[in-house]
Ligand binder design. Structure first.
Ligand SMILES: [Zn+2]
Length: 283
């Protein structure tokens, strides 16, 4: 079975071609925010045509979208980072690229599936996945499947309030985990990239206080067998993870025997693509 996998993000998008479980083609391009969905789907066509000429014909497609998705309706709810997606018939347009069905979910849910089946979450169930990138998203895996909740808004850890006196967030609330810890806001608040800030030990010590407040909610509610963190900021490795684990241990009540197993994603920039493959397998 041949599968097309699509990862739609606010700063870049990626496509992969899978033959069975093997990735045979992959391409990433920067997102043109002004271009909107119609521009991006044109890019999909261009890439897929090239792969078709190379002999790859996908019969199904999985999509991870960087924003809230109504899974039951298979529509994008909104994108806080790029406009024009909420009313766009994404599934219909993508179905034209493959000779078969397409399925769409929020990118954090999809990345969670990818890490659970192919990455750092393999053998750890339930699993909590968090993406720490331009924004912050979360995905819950139980018994191998995404736990989406009643209306497909489960796992939205990015908009938990971690500082009630904190600054306004794009979501309309304030002091959200995403507002205080995501790459977009770190750059706006400190004038430096997240990667650069992660090399400053004193900064990281302050940073992990808020980050651990968010993760504490996941630990207390879900008692996950493992927490996997992906996205660009997680690439800081031990410089981030050692203080984060120590801070999380400090914040969790002493009586809780919940394990604190927090590790970086194993699939790097491909968590969503592998997850889109898993998602498409269930269509
Ligand atoms: Zn928010």
């Amino acid at each position: 079975m041949k599968t097309l996998a699509i990862d739609i993000g606010g700063t870049k998008f990626s496509l992969a071609a899978f033959d069975g479980g093997t990735m045979v083609h992959r391409e990433t391009r920067p997102t043109n925010r002004e271009g909107g969905p119609a521009w991006m789907v044109e890019q999909f066509h261009e890439i897929v045509q090239e792969w078709i000429r190379a002999g790859f014909h996908a019969s199904r497609c999985g999509i991870g979208f960087g924003g809230p998705v109504d899974f039951a309706k298979q529509t994008v709810t909104l994108s806080t980072h790029v406009g024009g997606w909420d009313s766009y018939p994404l599934i219909q347009r993508v179905t034209e690229l493959v000779s078969g069905p397409a399925v769409l979910d929020n990118d954090a849910n999809v990345a969670a599936l990818g890490e659970a089946h192919f990455g750092a979450g393999r053998g750890f169930d339930p699993l909590f996945y968090m993406t720490l990138s331009t924004g912050i998203g979360g995905g819950i895996i139980g018994a191998g499947s995404v736990w989406r909740g009643a209306d497909s808004y489960g796992g939205e850890i990015g908009h938990l309030t971690v500082d009630p006196d904190g600054p306004d967030c794009l979501c309309g609330s304030n002091g959200c985990l995403e507002r205080l810890c995501c790459g977009l806001w770190l750059e706006r608040d400190y004038g430096k990239s997240a990667a650069e800030l992660m090399t400053d030990e004193r900064f990281v010590l302050r940073y992990v206080t808020n980050l651990a407040r968010g993760l504490k909610a996941a630990v207390m509610l879900l008692n996950p067998a493992r927490i996997v963190i992906g996205g660009g900021i997680a690439k800081a490795g031990d410089r981030l993870f050692l203080p984060l684990r120590a801070e999380l241990r400090r914040q969790i009540p002493g009586w809780s025997r919940a394990r604190l197993d927090v590790v970086p994603a194993a699939l790097a920039d491909d968590s969503v693509l592998y997850g889109a493959l898993v998602l498409a397998e269930d269509i």
